[in-house]
Design a protein around this ligand. Structure first.
Ligand code: ZN
Length: 290
């Protein structure tokens, strides 16, 4: 456990009921450091529970942008994914007023043509937002559920973001409120709770980083929350083939070998971290009906 994570243990909050169905019967799914992921017996939602209080999360994220931007190789690969994500959502909507929630320095919004889009972004960090502003993006600072970002949006996006929120329903509700009728909510690059690789690897699944990834949704569970907010599912997709990480032969060979090892030893001690695998990340879009 690294030092920062250790120091944050005092900010662990109370155990919560399921964020989708509100029931409170769970089965343990994965465990790492002082965190445990629980799967709801009723609806199947997986969340790290309990997790940090809002205050603990603020402390954790105060150094997030700095840590993330130093990894240059990762950010080159991420650019390929930014273009993939933009091309996918452009099949449903290709101009108008857009808000990127958790926009960081505007790297993703930068892939949206400024002549076609009125580009808005919201994030917490000064340094990141300064760069976004220099890129011609209208910036808002704060948390989406208690910040005025205007309304009348044609597109609201969360890319690799919703799994970090303590209360995602608050964020989703705000998305619904600021979208125009006919507008589109786009959620992508979020770890999928019904992922085969997660089921095999549990705490050794690469996307199980419980200090930052709190909630592991499925498209159906998101739709269940969004039904009550006048948002209906348009389409879903699981990126793999088109990513720079995909390698069918290698990834399938590794998972088959690891399943054998798990069967032999009865545990995960003999396997390393999971490979990229189809179904690990979800992408989906919903349309505002009213
Ligand atoms: Zn539930």
């Amino acid at each position: 456990m690294n030092k920062t994570i250790q120091e944050l243990e005092q900010y662990i909050g109370e155990k919560q009921p399921c964020i989708v169905c509100k029931e409170a019967k769970f089965t343990q799914y994965a465990e790492e450091d002082y965190f445990q992921a629980l799967k709801c017996d009723e609806c199947g939602m997986i969340s790290v529970n309990p997790h940090y209080t809002e205050e603990g999360l603020d402390k954790f994220y105060s150094s997030y942008y700095e840590n993330r931007s130093v990894d240059n190789e990762l950010s080159e690969l991420r650019k390929i994914m930014y273009a993939e994500d933009r091309d996918w959502i452009h099949k449903f909507i290709n101009k108008g007023k857009v808000l990127d929630i958790g926009c960081s320095d505007g790297s993703f919004l930068n892939f949206f043509d400024e002549n076609l889009w009125d580009r808005h972004g919201i994030d917490l960090t000064d340094d990141a937002l300064k760069i976004a502003k220099e890129r011609g993006i209208e910036t808002h600072q704060g948390k989406i559920w208690d910040t005025d970002v205007g309304d009348g949006y044609d597109l609201v996006m969360m890319r690799g973001v919703i799994e970090h929120f303590r209360d995602p329903a608050l964020a989703l509700k705000k998305c619904s409120e600021i979208l125009k009728p006919g507008g589109v909510l786009f959620i992508t690059a979020t770890p999928a709770g019904n992922s085969f690789a997660f089921n095999v690897y549990r705490h050794k699944w690469k996307l199980f980083t419980p200090y930052e990834h709190i909630h592991f949704f499925t498209v159906d569970l998101l739709s269940k929350l969004l039904d009550d907010m006048n948002l209906e599912l348009l389409a879903r997709h699981y990126q793999y083939e088109e990513t720079p990480y995909a390698n069918h032969e290698k990834d399938f060979a590794q998972i088959i070998g690891d399943i054998e090892k798990i069967k032999l030893s009865g545990g995960l001690d003999d396997v390393g971290l999971s490979p990229p695998f189809p179904g690990s990340m979800l992408t989906a879009a919903w349309k505002k009906t009213l």
